[in-house]
Design a binder for this molecule. Sequence first.
Ligand SMILES: Nc1ncnc2c1ncn2[C@@H]1O[C@H](COP(=O)(O)OP(=O)(O)OP(=O)(O)O)[C@@H](O)[C@H]1O
Ligand SMILES: [Mg+2]
Length: 643
Amino acid sequence: MKLFGKKQTSVPVLTAFAAIAKLEKGTTSLADVIAPSSVEVDFNYIRVGDFFYKTFFVIGYPRFVSSNWLSPLIDFDHSMNISMFCYPTASSDVLSDIRRKIAEMEATISSQAEEGKIVDAKVQAALEDALSLQEQLAKGVERFFQFSLYIALFSETLADLEDESKKLTATLSSILLITKTTTLQMEDGFKSTIPIGVDKLYITRNMDTTSLASTFPFTSATLTQDKGIMYGINEQNGSLIIFDRYSLENANEVVLGKSGAGKSYLIKLEALRQFMFGTEVIIIDPEGEYEALARTMGGEYVSFTPSEPVKINPFDLSGLYEEGENELGLKILSLHGLLGIVIGKLDAGEDAILDRALVETYRQKGVTVDPATQKKQPPLMEDLYKVLLGMEDQTAKNLALRLEKFIKGSLSGIFNQQSNFDITNPFTVFSIKALEEELRPIAMHIILDFVWTRVRKSLKKRLLILDEAWYIMKYEDSASFVYGIAKRARKYYLALTTATQDVQDFLSTDYGKAVLSNSSIQMLLKQSPTEIDLITKTFYLSEGEKELLLSSDVGEGLFFAGQSHVVMKVIAAPFEHNIITSNPQELAKQQEQILAETAPQDSPPIDSMDAVEKNPPVPPPNQNLPDVNATSPQTPPPVLNKP
Ligand SMILES: Nc1ncnc2c1ncn2[C@@H]1O[C@H](COP(=O)(O)OP(=O)(O)OP(=O)(O)O)[C@@H](O)[C@H]1O
Ligand SMILES: [Mg+2]
């Protein structure tokens, strides 16, 4: 009865297995999806799907190596898989082997000496190596490993595979690596180089810890993401530096380099490329360098002079209400910063009076900390002046006097009127070149504040560029304002770029350092010898990197993004170069060409031909035809200094 019962239950289990097997046969598993359609194993290669693979193993290593000695292999310009296997070996086993080997070699040497022969130098050298290794192992300074190195080249055609194999062998022999192909073992070779951690070949060489460490391959970083814009070319391995700064924890960038190193060029190129990907670009341009770029991109070029119609009122409020933020308080803080530049450094007493005057100025216009009142028309600089005058206090009167030239003097036209401008163009450049040098920091502060107010009103992907940031970073209050923007920009989808040639000034203030540490991307272009030590200390540069920054060409430098950094060369396409170059020679050429193209081409009337022949007309200087011997205005892209 029992047996019968058992039989009865076993039948459905079997059928269930059969049914599952049948079901599985008709379904597609992951292995089916990723497996190649066919594999063909030949003596000299293995074809997996559409690719031919050839595997090499290393049998000869150089006697001395330095760090990064495998870089010619890692940077070899072809698709390949490299696998390295390290097998730790117990030192005690190795020590007894070494002892035996040492005894053998000593015996050889002494027998040669007894026979009166010259001692073999090779044996002598090997003995010295073995003795030092024995000592290191015995002391525990070094450990012992077996190391194997395999390289699988792959290609779509056999001919290409053969070509590249020759090149690879030649490259490796230049670093004294002797390789062999895994003839008749191509399948094992292939399996040993795919990322499954299986060594089917087991062709090893002894290595101590130091030698093994020097094979560490990740010494040439690549900064290539699958989205973002191209910044330049990685000079170490020729790869493209493609990066999306908005993918980092903050999108800010600091560019440091001496005058003429190529900072503005780099920034313009980035602005152009970011703009093409739909980023709104706002530039504060103290040197008037961005006009051509703005015009070409269909952008708006706003120039600040008393006679220009565009006005900005520094007392503008954003009209926004954010939980936990006192909009008026922040504005007053920013105005403090601005007035610090306008009327000079304030002592504690003056500061307190100014604070009271600012609150009073807003109050007179009905504006208080209550957000509902902040939509009213804001006061003007003039109102502050009047409040100060009316304060019945000598200090307040002095402050009013110091403010006077901005209200009544030649400068009254720019910042003492209600704003009549809004950023509507997705590419807006504010130029303050027409202002006197001493006014530029003031204007920069006001524009920065204006932009910041606008940026917070609507969330958009934006890039704000502050070229020649040293103008404003040298004033503590303005620097603190820039730092405030850098810190909060992330929340508003804003990327802030600050560029400066005055590294010393920038990095010697706490706010400059804070802006730097709040920037995920840092670009170091050519540096001057006086500033290199500070840069080296701040960025923990190696001796080699320091030398590189001292001797780099225009547009060349180090690109730091998050934890990685690479040597970069900024490269623009010819049409981009023509828009962004600030080389006066090239600009003059471009102007000449435009004039030549637009000049009237009228031929003289017939009856005046005689006169023409006697006195051939001298073309006005700026209508000369382009000099055929001169270099073409279509400057070719800079040639890469790639070895
Ligand atoms: N990557 C580059 N390729 C070709 N030319 C470049 C490159 N970078 C800069 N230049 C040229 O070098 C010159 C100086 O560049 P740029 O104006 O960008 O320097 P800068 O660092 O901004 O200097 P400054 O601090 O004086 O403003 C310009 O004529 C520019 O066209
Ligand atoms: Mg510049």
